[in-house]
Ligand binder design. Structure first.
Ligand code: PLP
Length: 410
């Protein structure tokens, strides 16, 4: 379904946070890659849970039964969002990082010293740290090289995946540069050597439709607070795979998937919010079921976000002294996230200049620290990142461009 300026302006009314002003100026949230704002529908679902059915699970009484049902709905909603065969493949956790640590511990118990894990220089630390930590257990971690243009070196990926590889851990889209990685290649290579493919889709999920079956991934992680929901991490595991893993868990815990990797009490209210976030997204699409609506909505929103991001990309690179990092927009498969540096101005100073002008943008490495280091930007304060979300407009981008122009004239 088409998502144009009209739909964008209409959706803005759903987000109470967009009413905030800074020094009389509307606050422009161009920080979506760090976390998106939340629509009223999600806020109401979370508050509604606390108002009417706050309880622990598996009890005989009504609020406990309703809590069980709310959690089940969240699993079903996320299965539809990701194209998973069923809710049994959907586990929840505090955030993506926590789930990935739990996953890396579990997978490492099925590996022998000397076996290998492949990570990339482009990834967020959340999909590097949990694997790098396995070196303590005698596993070898190999790293795919990042090229200066912000894309992964595919020939190097071919070299790094060897018959000893047991895991390939790869981001789908870069939260620092907007690059979309060649997942089919990673799948082909990992499958050829019998390795598991673990995909960090945290930055991809807010922008593009996902289909875990078509992608043929073993594990895929994302985070609801990046797609207009609350702070909840989500793990998809290929059917029957999680059941075989030795996870960290209590003896009293349900040992079947998807519960097997979930420890302690989940955030029930937030899970009610996850369902609402998926339904909110689906509301911008058409089709007979939730899945079809999500796919249709995502295609429309992706086209809008690309238009706004492309406007920023085209204009910002014309400003003298500005360098844009990462791939251009020649590929349709590129996230609407653009990072720049400005000659003579640190990214932190740029962000501080823009903040009182009602412009929320991030500076630094955003935990994609290795990528920023490899690009030679670590001691320069990283980059200034602008992320486009469904509620962002070209007018907001124009305000940002004026703010950046002021800096280059100073
Ligand atoms: C690409 C990417 N991966 C992983 C993470 C970590 O997600 P979480 O905060 O849910 O642990 C982030 C968070 O910014 C991210 O952008």
């Amino acid at each position: 379904m088409a998502f144009t300026e009209k739909e964008c302006m209409a959706c803005r009314k759903d987000f109470p946070a967009l009413e905030r002003t800074v020094h009389g100026l509307p606050l422009a949230y161009l920080d979506g890659p760090g976390g998106t704002q939340v629509p009223r529908q999600v806020i109401d679902a979370i508050a509604g849970y606390y108002r009417t059915c706050n309880s622990n699970t598996h009890g005989a009484f009504v609020t406990s039964e309703e809590s069980d049902a709310a959690i089940q709905r969240a699993r079903e909603a996320m299965a539809a969002f990701l194209g998973a065969p069923s809710w049994r493949e959907i586990s929840f956790g505090a955030n993506m990082t926590t789930l990935n640590f739990a996953l890396s511990h579990a997978l490492s118990r099925a590996m022998q010293p000397g076996e290998e894990v492949v990570v990339t220089q482009l990834d967020h630390e959340a999909n590097r740290g949990p694997w790098l930590g396995l070196r303590e257990r005698g596993l070898v971690v190999r790293e795919v090289t990042l090229r200066p243009d912000g894309t992964l070196d595919e020939e190097d990926m071919v070299r790094q995946v060897t018959p000893k590889t047991r895991v390939v851990a790869l981001g789908y889209a870069s939260n620092a540069l907007g690059t979309v990685n060649d997942l089919p290649l990673a799948r082909r290579l990992s499958k050829a050597v019998g390795a598991w493919l673990v995909v960090d889709a945290v930055h991809y999920a807010p922008h593009f439709p996902l289909d875990v079956v078509e992608l043929d991934v073993d594990f895929l992680l994302c985070s609801a607070y990046k797609f207009y929901g609350p702070h909840v991490g989500i793990l998809y595991s290929r059917p029957e795979l999680l059941d075989c893993l030795k996870t960290d868990r209590l003896s009293t815990q349900d040992d079947a998937a998807p519960f097997r990797i979930e420890t302690g009490t989940l955030n029930h209210a937030a899970l009610a919010g996850v369902t609402a976030a998926v339904e909110y997204a689906a509301g911008f699409g058409t089709g007979p079921g939730l899945r079809e609506k999500i796919l249709s909505a995502k295609r429309g929103v992706a086209a809008w976000e690309r238009q706004v991001a492309l406007h920023y990309f085209e204009e910002v690179r014309r400003i003298p002294g500005v360098t844009v990092w990462g791939p251009d927009f020649s590929s349709l498969h590129r996230a609407p996230t653009v990072s720049i540096t400005i000659d003579g101005v640190t990214p932190a100073d740029a962000a501080k200049h823009l903040a009182p002008r009602g412009l929320a943008v991030w500076d630094g490495h955003f935990y994609a620290a290795r990528a920023i280091e490899v690009l030679g930007l670590a001691d320069k304060g990283g980059v200034l990142r602008t992320g486009i979300s469904m509620y962002n407009t070209k007018q907001e981008v124009d305000r940002l461009l004026s703010g950046i122009s002021e800096l280059t004239k100073a």
